[in-house]
Design a binder for this molecule. Structure first.
Ligand SMILES: Cc1cc2nc3c(=O)[nH]c(=O)nc-3n(C[C@H](O)[C@H](O)[C@H](O)COP(=O)(O)OP(=O)(O)OC[C@H]3O[C@@H](n4cnc5c(N)ncnc54)[C@H](O)[C@@H]3O)c2cc1C
Length: 443
């Protein structure tokens, strides 16, 4: 095939997009700014780095996250099988050893004969067909160029990442291994139980702790799904006990009873050498994280391998700024990943895959992709590109944006199963009519 496509950003969306184009015989120039320039959330020079949690969410087929994974598999996703090969135990979720995952994605991309990797910052929209997948922490110069091209319709919000502790520093005489509702069967999580007095003291310390951005953050447009733990705590004394620290389904083997509250730790690496504090995205200063989080029973001697951080994230007002394929009207540039305002690791991968399919469709002069609205990805795309969507804010896949069933079952579980089944059927039918988008892999 003549020419090449420039993909900016070797994150989740850009890596998937580059691999998808290359397997269709398209030459790709993949421009990645690291190591020359690194966002505050990226810590490595590897591709597809997971910047916060290591969870790719539920694998249960009836959930929206599980359905999205099915859809990606059905469309030949490149990164999902790599994630599965790098999985760490996480109950009904797909969580990965982030280093193993990133290492393999980097290897595959760098080894592909049709992908040229350029390690440099892109400061303008590339000439010719391109996919800009520079993420929510896109460099300032490029984001300014994108904002200008879309007519200034850009926005931002605050986001936060959770700390990671060294497994050996967790006191196992206090923290116990258990997945919720699975007492006696070992378990994928380490749980740090708090009694009432410990919870009260922890809450007091958390609320009084020094934050990196205080006043600004209070007025900030917070993204609810990733709120800092101290912000959640500020909404009520019991809010954490009914949220990230909920003790339901857990039994402390030392007491034989459910604790008053529990902090869950999830393995970061396949060898469980490091754990993250689930739901503990935070904006506390690093010394305060050390002081306050060490009050959690079992973490008194915790060694922090990485502290939690908070960042401003940027995205464009896609419903007004982009066409139905996330293309900037009047240009040959398409956006992919979280810069479009869709949110989530797997959503970013999906968006990269879709950008590749649409770019490829244009190259072979085929119609662009219009996924069924009943699907996890199709409904997200429809929501993100429909000019009727107002007050556009980052969104994960979810059943709230899927058209309702004609005769929905009364029970929630059955309703979800029926929604997933309808989505799978509709996607199969759509893909059966688009064989030209899925030629046998090349090179
Ligand atoms: C702090 C934080 C925490 C998050 N936590 C979670 C979470 O726990 N779970 C979840 O599902 N989602 C989370 N997200 C949201 C989202 O899923 C991730 O940001 C995801 O990585 C987005 O994928 P992406 O491919 O769009 O961007 P990224 O993965 O960020 O990739 C963008 C790439 O572009 C490169 N780049 C940027 N500018 C340029 C330039 N000008 N030139 C060349 N290269 C450039 C970057 O170096 C990077 O490699 C979080 C986001 C942030 C910022």
């Amino acid at each position: 095939m003549e020419g090449f496509v420039t993909v900016v950003g070797a994150g989740l969306a850009g890596s998937e997009c580059a691999l998808q184009l290359a397997r269709r015989g398209v030459c790709v120039r993949l421009v990645e700014q690291r190591p020359e320039r690194r966002s505050p959330a990226h810590h490595t020079d590897g591709f597809a780095e997971l910047v916060c949690s290591n969870s790719l969410k539920s694998t249960r087929p009836e959930t929206a996250a599980g359905l999205l994974k099915h859809e990606l598999d059905r469309m030949g996703c490149e990164l999902l099988p790599i994630a599965r090969a790098a999985a760490v135990p996480a109950g009904g979720a797909l969580a990965v050893d982030r280093e193993a995952f990133s290492r393999e994605v980097t290897r595959r991309v760098e080894a592909h004969p049709l992908i040229e990797v350029v390690r440099a910052e892109a400061t303008s929209i590339p000439e010719g067909p391109s996919v800009i997948a520079a993420g929510p922490l896109c460099s300032d110069a490029l984001f300014a160029a994108v904002a200008k091209a879309v007519g200034g319709e850009s926005m931002s919000f605050f986001d936060a990442a959770a700390p990671i502790v060294d497994a050996e520093s967790v006191d196992r005489s206090v923290a116990f291994a258990q997945s919720r509702y699975e007492e006696g069967r070992g378990g994928d999580y380490l749980n740090c139980p708090l009694d009432r007095a410990e919870y009260d003291a922890f809450m007091e310390a958390l609320l009084g702790a020094e934050r990196v951005i205080a006043r600004d953050f209070e007025q900030a447009d917070l993204f609810c799904a990733c709120q800092p733990v101290e912000e959640v705590a500020r909404t009520g004394h019991d809010s954490l006990r009914f949220g990230a620290l909920k003790p339901v389904g857990l039994t402390d083997p030392r007491t034989g009873r459910r604790p008053w509250a529990a902090v869950q730790l999830r393995a970061e690496t396949a060898d469980a050498a490091a754990y993250n504090l689930v739901g503990f995205q935070t904006n506390l200063t690093w010394p305060e994280q050390r002081r306050v989080f060490r009050m959690i029973p079992g973490l008194a001697e915790a060694e922090f391998l990485r502290y939690g951080v908070m960042h401003r994230n940027s995205f464009v007002d896609a419903p007004r700024a982009l066409d139905a394929t996330f293309k900037i009207p009047g240009t040959s540039a398409r956006l992919a990943g979280q810069i479009t305002g869709t949110e989530g690791y797997v959503e970013a991968v999906a968006s990269g895959l879709l950008a590749a399919l649409n770019t490829y469709a244009e190259l072979i002069e085929a119609p662009t992709v219009a996924l069924p609205r009943t699907g996890a990805l199709g409904s997200l795309v429809a929501w993100a590109t429909d000019p009727a969507t107002t007050d556009y804010q980052p969104m994960h896949v979810n059943y709230g944006i899927v058209p309702p069933l004609e005769n929905p079952p009364r029970r929630k579980a059955e309703k979800r199963a029926a929604l997933a089944e309808r989505a799978r059927r509709d996607l199969d039918a759509y893909l059966a009519g688009r064989p030209e988008l899925f030629p046998a892999p090349r090179a």
